[in-house]
Design a protein around this ligand. Structure first.
Ligand SMILES: Cc1cc2nc3c(=O)[nH]c(=O)nc-3n(C[C@H](O)[C@H](O)[C@H](O)COP(=O)(O)O)c2cc1C
Length: 211
């Protein structure tokens, strides 16, 4: 589908058809769209969990204030930020080692690269770092939603959940992760009345300024 038509077609689904599953090949493409998402410094400070298990998806409804998108969807994509991004820590050191090796950096450039990123991370308070990490996950969510729409797969971006409850269901903190966003994907239910609503957006002339 044309990308603009796809963006007009998509909407935040409130009820998925629980009988319809996304083919594995499409799930893999959606995962790849998130994995290829650019992030600040390329650090990819979040990870993706794909919840296929029906019982776990249903239990997520309770953690989403009773919203039923998770339980009725085909798969739930969970964006979770890492909690182990520290200067000198294993995650950051592995990132340096892999990038320096794979990009075949000279020792001089490698030193500069380490210095710039280390300086950036040191400049962040813990709160600012948490926000910075979350911003990267939102870029991944944007890519996921756009690619899903182009593939005619429905989705619902979701911030409306209790992080502690999601953490308990998915056992995230033991993996050094914290949930930031959910995005159930699947196919809209014929009874989801939201598909009939007009899409509300600011008119272009009020939205964009050409200077
Ligand atoms: C980051 C983010 C979080 C959202 N959280 C929820 C949510 O928890 N539940 C829900 O039903 N919709 C949620 N939405 C959907 C928005 O309400 C919806 O995208 C917006 O009203 C525009 O409508 P449209 O996506 O149908 O065009 C969220 C959207 C975004 C981008």
């Amino acid at each position: 589908m044309d990308i603009i038509k796809a963006l007009e077609w998509r909407y935040a689904v409130k009820l998925f058809d629980p009988e319809r599953k996304i083919p594995q090949e499409s799930v893999d493409r959606l995962v790849e769209a998130v994995r290829l998402t650019p992030t600040s410094w390329g650090l990819q400070p979040f990870r993706l969990l794909v919840v296929e298990d029906a019982a776990i998806r249903s239990s997520l409804d309770g953690a989403c204030y009773g919203q039923v998108q998770t339980g009725t969807s085909s798969h739930v994509f969970v964006f979770a930020c890492r909690q182990d991004i520290t200067v000198g820590g294993e995650f950051v050191e592995n990132f340096f080692a892999e990038t320096i090796k794979q990009q075949n950096m000279s020792p001089e450039n490698a030193e500069k690269f380490r210095g710039i990123i280390t300086g950036f991370l040191k400049s962040l308070s813990p709160e600012a770092q948490a926000v910075w990490e979350e911003k990267q996950a939102y870029i991944g969510l944007g890519n996921l939603m756009t690619v899903a729409a182009v593939e005619e797969i429905d989705a619902c971006p979701m911030e409306g959940f209790v992080p502690k409850a999601v953490d308990e269901i998915l056992g995230l903190s033991e993996k050094n992760l914290r949930p930031v966003l959910l995005c159930p994907v699947g196919y809209r239910h014929a009874d989801d009345y939201y598909q009939n609503y007009k899409k509300i957006r600011v008119p272009t002339q009020d939205f964009v300024t050409v200077i």
